[in-house]
Design a protein around this ligand. Sequence first.
Ligand code: 1CP
Length: 341
Amino acid sequence: MTKPFLAALAGQRQPRPPVWLMRQAGRYLPEYRAIRAQAGDFIALCTTPELAAEVTLQPIRRFGMDAAILFSDILMLPWALGWGLRFAEGEGPILPQWNTEADTARLDTARLPDAIAPILQTVRLTRAGLEPHRALIGFAGGPFTVACYMVEGGGSKDHARTRALAYQDPIGFRGLIDLLTEATITYLAAQIEAGADTVMLFDSWAGVLSPLLFDEHVIKPTARIVDVLGRRFPHVPVIGFPRLSGTLIGRYVEVTGVCGVGIDTATDLRFAISHLSDLVAIQGNLDPAALLAGGAALQRETARILRLCRDRPFIFNLGHGILPPTPPEHVAALIEQVRRA
Ligand code: 1CP
C-alpha cells in the first residue's frame, strides 16, 4: 500500500499534500490528559507501551493525519544511557549537568538495548494499530540538541553554558557529540527494525550555533547518521529539523543528504524553496500561534503555505510544536482545509 507521506519524502509531488503536526499528541487533547493522569509521570507514560501507543494513535483517530509520530521524548535517549532525567510538573526536564570528558564515560551504552525495549514495543503496537496507508515516524533528538539539555541540566533560554563549552573544551564536547551520534544510530536503527517507516531528527537548538560550529556539531553528526542508516536501510527516509538554522538550511540539506527537512516558522518559505533541491521534501512552517488563533488568520496562513509549496514535494506541518492551549477544533479545521487543497 502506498503511503502519500512516504511518496512525498521520495521526492514526488502529491495531488493533496500529506499532513501531520509536531506535538500532535499532547496536552491540548483531553484524551491525552486522561491517559497522562493514569500513567502518573511522563517517563512512566513513555515506557508503558500500551499507554504510549494509545496516546500516539489518539490524534490519528480524532483528525486522521497521514502520519503518526511515536510518543516518546528526545531525552529518553540520555535516560536510556543511564543519565538521570525527571520531568518536574510544569517546569520541564531536569538532568544532571555534563561538565567534562570524564562525564561522557558515565553514559552506559551497554544498558541501551534493555532500556529502549519498551519504546520499541510501543513502535510495534502502534504500527499494528495504524492503517497501512498511514506512516509511522520514529525519532530522536539531534545529538547537539540532546547535548544542550545535558550540559545545561535542562531547558535554557540562551544555552550560554553549552555554547561556551563548545569553545572552551572542543575535544571533550566533540566526544560527547560523537557518543550521542553513535547511540542515536543504534536507537533509530532499532526503531526502524521495530516498524518505523521513517525517522526524524529534532535539532531544536541547532540555530544557536555559529556557522562553523553548526558544521561541526549539527551537519557532521547528522551526515553520519544519515549515511549509516542509509546504508543499512536504503528505503527508509530520514527527515532533519535543524530549527532556526536560517541561511544554513541549504548547506544542511546538501551535505547531510536528508530526504525531507522541517522548516521552522521564522524561516521565509520562499527562501527555503529557492535554496533547496526540488527533490527534497519540505515540511512545516505554519506558525503554531496561527493555529492557536484559528479563524480567518489560520485559513489565510494555511492557504499561503499550500500555494507556495504546490509544485514541489511537500508535507504540511507546523514550524514548531502545537501550543498546549490550542483548541482541538482549530486542528480539525486546519486538517480539513489541507484535505480540500
Ligand atoms: O507533561 C507532559 O505531558 C509532558 C510534555 C511533553 C510531551 C507531550 C514533553 C516534555 N515531551 C512530549 C512529547 C514529545 N517530545 C514528542 C512526542 C510526539 C509528538 O510530537 O506528538 C516529541 C517528538 C518530542 C520532542 C522534543 N522533546 C523536543 C524536540 C521538538 C521541540 O519541541 O523542539 C524537545 C526540545 C523536547 C524536550 C522537552 N520534552 C518535554 C518538554 C516540556 C521539553 C522542552 C523543554 C524546554 O526546552 O523547555
